[in-house]
Design a protein around this ligand. Structure first.
Ligand code: PGA
Length: 256
C-alpha cells in the first residue's frame, strides 16, 4: 500500500515524570524546534501537568492527551479521572491499555475496551496499546497475545469503535534500550493490520495508524519508520527532552 495514505502519529508518553516548570521548558523548546511537523503530534503528560502543557502548546499543531481514564462517565471513584474531565482540561486524546497500566493496575482486555469506548463518548481519540512480554515472545505466543488484545477492543460487546489508533509496544522493548528491529516490528504491525482488515474491512484496516513504541530514539526512528506498516511512534524516555522528541518527529519526514 501507499504509506503516505496514513499521516504518521508521534506521541510523547511522559509517564510519571516532570513537574510543571520542566513541562513549561519542554513546551518552549518544542515550540522553537517544531516548524511544520511531518506527523500528527500528541503529548501525554501526567494529569497535574495537563494544564501547563495545553497552555504551553496553545496555537501549535500539537495535541494533548491523558495517560489513562476511568471507564465510567462520573461517580464515586477516588483518584480516577473521567473522559469528560480530560476533554474539559483541553485533551483530545487518551492512552488506553499501556502495558504499565496492564501490569501495575491489573487492567485486562475488557477494561481496556471499556475505557476506549468511554473515551469516544467524550470525543477523545483513544491510542490503544498492545504488545507481548518477552516471555510470551519466547514461547511463540506473540500473535496469539496480539489477537486476544485486539479482539477485546474490536469485539462487538460495546459496538464498533468509530475512531482509534493503535500502538504496538513489545513490553521487552519498553525502557530497556532494546528496540525491536524494523523487521521484528514490521512483522507484528503487519499481523495487527491483517487483524484490523479481517475484523473491520480492508479500507478501515488500512486507515488506522499503528505506531511503534519501545526504546525509540532519534537514531533509530528513521529505519523503523521506513517499514510499511509502522505509522509513527509512541515515545517514552526520549520524549522527555524536547530536542530528542522533535528529532523523532523530523524522522517521519522521509515517509510523507
Ligand atoms: P520507552 O517507552 O520509549 O521509554 O521505551 C515507550 C512507552 O512505554 O510508551
Amino acid at each position: 500500500m501507499n504509506p503516505s495514505m496514513r499521516r504518521p502519529l508521534v506521541a510523547a508518553n511522559w509517564k510519571m515524570h516532570l513537574v510543571r516548570a520542566e513541562a513549561r521548558t519542554f513546551c518552549r523548546t518544542l515550540v522553537g524546534e517544531l516548524g511544520a511537523p511531518p506527523a500528527e503530534v500528541v503529548v501525554f503528560p501526567s494529569f497535574p501537568l495537563i494544564d501547563s502543557v495545553v497552555d504551553g502548546l496553545a496555537g501549535m499543531p500539537v495535541a494533548v492527551g491523558g495517560q489513562d481514564l476511568h471507564p465510567r462517565a462520573s461517580g464515586a471513584h477516588t483518584g480516577d479521572v473521567s473522559a469528560q474531565q480530560l476533554a474539559d482540561a483541553g485533551c483530545t486524546w487518551v492512552l488506553c491499555g499501556h502495558s504499565e497500566r496492564r501490569a501495575d493496575h491489573a487492567e485486562d482486555d475488557a477494561l481496556v475496551a471499556a475505557k476506549a469506548h468511554a473515551a469516544r463518548a467524550a470525543d477523545l481519540v483513544p491510542l490503544i496499546c498492545v504488545g507481548e512480554t518477552g516471555e510470551q515472545r519466547k514461547a511463540g505466543k506473540t500473535f496469539a497475545v496480539l489477537e486476544r488484545q485486539l479482539a477485546a477492543v474490536l469485539g462487538s460487546e460495546h459496538g464498533e469503535l468509530d475512531r482509534f489508533d493503535l500502538a504496538y509496544e513489545p513490553v521487552w522493548a519498553i525502557g530497556t534500550g532494546e528496540t525491536a528491529t524494523p523487521e521484528i516490528a514490521q512483522e507484528a504491525h503487519a499481523f495487527i493490520r491483517s487483524e484490523l482488515a479481517r475484523r473491520l474491512g480492508d479500507e478501515r484496516g488500512e486507515s488506522i495508524r499503528i505506531a511503534y513504541g519501545g526504546s525509540v530514539k532519534p537514531a533509530n526512528a528513521a529505519s523503523l519508520g521506513a517499514a510499511p506498516d509502522i505509522d509513527g511512534f509512541l515515545v517514552g524516555g526520549a520524549s522527555l527532552d524536547a530536542e530528542s522528541f522533535s528529532g523523532i518527529i523530523a524522522a517521519c519526514g522521509a515517509r510523507t
